[in-house]
Design a protein around this ligand. Structure first.
Ligand code: F6P
Length: 319
């Protein structure tokens, strides 16, 4: 291969810039020409290519968001859009494509592969919901963002003797809620993977109150339940004052953590190595701290197993 292109797709995730930088620099290191595609598959379909040199990725390693911009492309879900996307790559004689994004983005990549375009996916999403990899780029930063926000919420919660329900992102996956809930010492963690026991949450809140606790934090994954309804039910059943904070897109912003930058740098480089070895339909994965190449279909095969051990530990520590 001589020419490769890279795009970011779906929700942005801190560390995507470090992955772009790594793809560009590793590609140039191996004598390849590297192109960036703006705005994900939208930009691919509409021909928004930029030639990338070493300087094009200077000073981005530490920045959140994605310098290539991103999109959730409706057009790429249509056969016509998929055909146009492949045609754009052929027209520019681009031999292979690296897609940084979540499982939806990987499905888009697979439609290109079906048309003969070699592709590699790099898991980049704050949700950490991709099967096959222990970590996705952006998850660690998002969890740290939640922990920082909750430490501020704690100050006001304690001052007012209130119970706070903190709603975090993750779509239908509870990993952000679980990891940040453990890191914050939350009283309860609600995730879509496990049916909540409201009686148990009420009992815990009451026990904490009797011990003289002046605040309680309940971490609610957005896919688990409505934090508003739960807050109201807890207020009704305990008589405690409740408040809801929806952290929203704050979780996706800010400088990536060192862990995310290192992970992104390793995965970007691995993706280039995979293409140089003549492989396609692969994804990079972090398994037991090693960066591996796995078949792309692993990402949308079986659902990623939920870390029940960590969930149980959280409950044991919040007795
Ligand atoms: O997939 C990342 C994510 O932040 C999810 O956690 C969330 O449900 C969704 O994207 C929000 O999407 P949008 O930014 O398009 O509103």
């Amino acid at each position: 291969i001589k020419r490769i292109a890279v795009l970011t797709s779906g929700g942005d995730a801190p560390g995507m810039n470090a992955a772009i930088r790594s793809v560009v620099r590793k590609g140039i290191y191996h004598g390849l020409e590297v192109f960036g595609i703006r705005k994900g598959y939208e930009g691919l379909i509409h021909g928004e290519f930029i030639a990338m040199n070493l300087g094009a990725v200077a000073d981005i390693i530490h920045r959140g968001g994605t310098m290539l911009m991103t999109a959730r492309s409706q057009e790429m879900t249509t056969p016509e859009g998929q055909k146009n996307a492949a045609a754009q790559l052929r027209y520019r004689e681009i031999d292979a494509l690296i897609v940084i994004g979540g499982d939806g983005s990987f499905r888009g990549a697979q439609t290109l592969s079906a048309q003969g375009i070699p592709i590699v996916g790099i898991p980049g999403t704050i949700d950490n919901d991709i099967t096959g990899t222990d970590l996705t780029i952006g998850f660690d930063t998002a969890v740290n963002n939640v922990v920082q926000a909750v430490s501020k919420i704690r100050d006001t919660a304690t001052s007012h003797d209130r119970t706070f329900l903190v709603e975090v992102m993750g779509r239908d996956c509870g990993n952000i809620a679980l990891q940040s809930g453990v890191a914050c010492g939350a009283e309860s963690i609600l995730v879509p993977e496990i049916q909540p026991d409201i009686d148990d949450i009420v009992a815990k809140l009451e026990r904490g109150h009797q011990r003289g606790k002046h605040h309680s934090i309940i971490m609610v994954a957005e896919g688990a339940t409505s934090a508003w309804n739960l807050g109201e039910e807890l207020r009704r059943r305990t008589g405690f004052e409740t408040r809801v904070t929806i952290l929203g897109h704050i979780q996706r912003g800010g400088n990536p953590s060192a862990l995310d930058v290192v992970l992104a740098s390793q995965m970007g480089a691995k993706a280039v190595e995979i293409l140089c070895a003549g492989e396609t339909d692969r994804m990079t994965a972090c398994v037991n701290q090693e960066i591996l190449s796995l078949p792309l279909e692993v990402a949308y095969g079986e659902r990623r197993p939920f870390n029940k051990g960590l969930y149980d530990l959280a409950n044991q520590l919040a007795i």
